[in-house]
Design a protein around this ligand. Structure first.
Ligand SMILES: [Zn+2]
Length: 359
């Protein structure tokens, strides 16, 4: 059985203590943007805000948020056109006089705000404009490095404001990728349990239960996920927040990131710009579920219903690149033990990729 200590003790009291840092205000709904000033006041974060947006999300939501906040706060803005170490440094300069940050946009913008707030020890509020991955509510941020992207530790947002009207307008490809990121919780949890049985790695039963339940709820609703429907945006964004909370309870990304993510990261590295994070991990989930002996066809069919890719071909990636990614996956975050680390040969990798095309 897993040994678990979820008592929050003062740092340094004992190594067995575990910190859970959770978002405090979460507002999800139609025209939720109108609540941003109230959330900032409620959290008592200070008087000056830096609103970080992308070029598109500035017009979509950033300007309105900055305008609404200007009535009671000192507001400055920063446009992060992309995410890189240079942009993070520039954003840090822009944030020098800000008491807190608001990240308004997709994954890259939220991650930039998250890292800057962590580096400068300021709070940040996450305002996702798409439901594309669970980083909108989690403590981890992904940053591009020379050798592909790297996952960095940061703080989870203190507040999340998710406007379902705006999220529903985002390209369906982003929402489908978010769904795939949630479905990957299944195999991430199986991998964590495997690491517990094989390596004695500590697991959090609460984090696993929440993560699994979130994936189950999404699978149940797979047929109701429709492009540009606000009801669908509700389902997906709630699940993404819930996945982020599961990771906060775990104190690591374990309940949301296993072997399927290692494969996904490898694929993103070998075929840069082809797959969205969730898309790559979704394909990894089918493979990983097959290896775990679970119902991999059910996973694949749900992804198909939702409109997420299920083969390298769907992503315009040659099969031999996907084979390479599967072989390389064990070298991504090697300390994270998963079923992908149990000895995939070229022959087995070729078989696994061929299997994705089965009916
Ligand atoms: Zn993910």
């Amino acid at each position: 059985m897993s040994a678990e200590s979820i008592k929050v003790l003062k740092p340094g009291r004992t190594e067995r203590s575990r910190w859970m840092q959770l978002p405090r205000d979460v507002v999800i709904g139609h025209d939720a943007l109108a609540h941003v000033p109230a959330v900032c006041s409620d959290l008592r974060l200070g008087r000056s805000a830096l609103v970080v947006t992308g070029t598109h999300t500035r017009d979509l939501a950033g300007k309105r948020i900055a305008g609404d906040l200007a009535e009671s706060f000192k507001v400055s803005t920063f446009v992060a056109e992309t995410i890189s170490l240079d942009v993070i440094r520039e954003a840090e300069k822009a944030a020098q006089d800000a008491d807190f940050l608001i990240g308004v946009g997709g994954g890259r913008v939220i991650d930039t705000a998250k890292i800057v707030s962590y580096n400068l020890d300021r709070q940040f509020i996450s305002v996702p404009t798409a439901a594309s991955h669970d980083g909108i509510a989690s403590a981890r941020a992904s940053v591009p490095m020379e050798q592909g992207s790297s996952s960095l530790a940061a703080h989870p947002p203190i507040g999340i404001v998710a406007d379902t009207g705006i999220i529903a307008m985002a390209p369906h490809r982003l929402t489908a990728a978010g769904c795939a990121d949630i479905i990957s919780n299944y195999t991430a949890c199986l991998d964590w349990e495997l690491a517990n049985r094989l390596k004695g790695e500590l697991v959090s039963d609460y984090a696993i239960a929440l993560s699994r339940m979130t994936a189950e709820l999404l699978m149940k609703n797979a047929r109701n996920i429709k492009p540009h429907a606000e009801d669908s945006a509700w389902i997906v964004i709630k699940a993404l927040v819930s996945s982020g909370v599961a990771m906060s309870i775990a104190g690591s990304s374990r309940p949301g990131s296993g072997g399927e993510h290692k494969f996904g990261h490898a694929l993103e590295r070998l075929a840069p710009g082809k797959a969205l994070h969730g898309e790559a991990c979704g394909i990894g989930t089918i493979i990983s579920m097959y290896l775990h002996g679970g119902n991999w066809k059910e996973i694949r069919d749900a992804l198909r219903f939702i409109g997420a890719p299920t083969t390298p071909c769907d992503l315009g990636i040659p099969d031999d690149v996907a084979v390479e990614a599967l072989m390389m996956a064990k070298d991504i975050r090697p300390e994270r033990f998963t079923i992908i680390d149990m000895g995939i040969t070229r022959e087995s990798a070729e078989h696994l990729i061929r299997m994705l095309y089965e009916d």
